[in-house]
Design a protein around this ligand. Structure first.
Ligand code: FPP
Length: 250
């Protein structure tokens, strides 16, 4: 049964264990198109509404003291969408940051981007780079936009870099360890996600953080991203807090 917002349990931050807030939460923000369709609206209206959810959940994460929030905003496969939709999606970071950057700065949020910058339109890249620059010294929540991100490409690039080190004689194949790969991923220096959330009822990873999610707890909801509320976010964290993380041990 679809868990619409109105039927969601009233989970508040008071019911959460403040000592066990996930340090890193990653979200696959899915269902914008279906949300729009269910209301007879164009897909773009869904993406626009999804942008407002980005603000809502960023602020909720900041209030809870989450350290890293990684949001899957555009994948390396999303270029296959109709040109008009791609162009619309590429304008959203700019629109979001033009409205929200001051408040993000005020809340000590540090904006980052994880993805391949070379293919992004100039206006998208400039907006993101400006936000990265203006928040670089902030020490609060790290808001990490996965933009033109694909996990397989990320791993291929990492393997290529390791290959160069081997070729140069700086590294022996037998010496390659997990840390070599991790240090060449776009998440180098960040902890792996503790919790992955995917909205809209789809149960797959869609080329998102395949290495980094190895031991993450996963939480799926039928709720479409535009209607994903703070209560749903708290519900996901509450469920995370009920889980025993064993990392393959007992
Ligand atoms: C997937 O839903 C969503 C996307 C590909 C885009 C996600 C983007 C946002 C939520 C806005 C980003 C905002 C900023 C500030 C970067 P879908 O369109 O595939 O939904 P569907 O599966 O229902 O069609």
């Amino acid at each position: 049964m679809r868990a619409f917002f109105s039927k969601a349990p009233a989970t508040t931050s008071q019911t959460l264990d403040t000592e066990n807030i996930p340090q890193h939460i990653a979200i696959i923000m899915d269902g914008n198109g279906r949300w729009a369709k269910s209301r007879g609206l164009p897909r773009m209206a869904g993406h626009h509404s999804g942008m407002k959810t980005v603000k809502r959940i960023t602020m909720a994460a900041e209030r809870l003291g989450v350290k890293y929030l990684t949001l899957y905003a555009f994948s390396t496969e999303n270029w296959k969408r109709p040109k008009a939709e791609v162009e619309f999606l590429m304008k959203l970071p700019q629109e979001f940051l033009s409205i929200e950057l001051n408040e993000l700065i005020e809340k000590n949020v540090q904006v980052r981007m994880m993805g391949y910058k070379g293919d992004l339109p100039d206006h998208t890249l400039h907006a993101v780079e400006e936000a990265i620059r203006k928040t670089a010294n902030n020490t609060g929540l790290v808001l990490n936009f996965a933009l033109n991100y694909g996990s397989r490409k990320e791993m291929i690039e990492a393997v290529r870099q390791i290959g160069y080190s081997v070729q140069a004689g700086d590294l022996q194949p037998d010496e390659i360890e997990e840390s070599h790969l991790a240090n060449h991923l776009l998440t180098a220096g960040m902890p792996d996600p503790d919790l992955l959330i995917r909205t809209s009822g789809e149960l797959r990873l869609s080329n998102f953080m395949l290495w980094q999610l190895a031991y993450s707890e996963m939480w799926f909801t039928d709720v479409y991203w535009p209607e994903f509320a703070e209560e749903h976010f708290h519900e996901a964290i509450q469920e995370y807090q009920r889980r025993a993380r064993r990392y393959g041990g007992l």
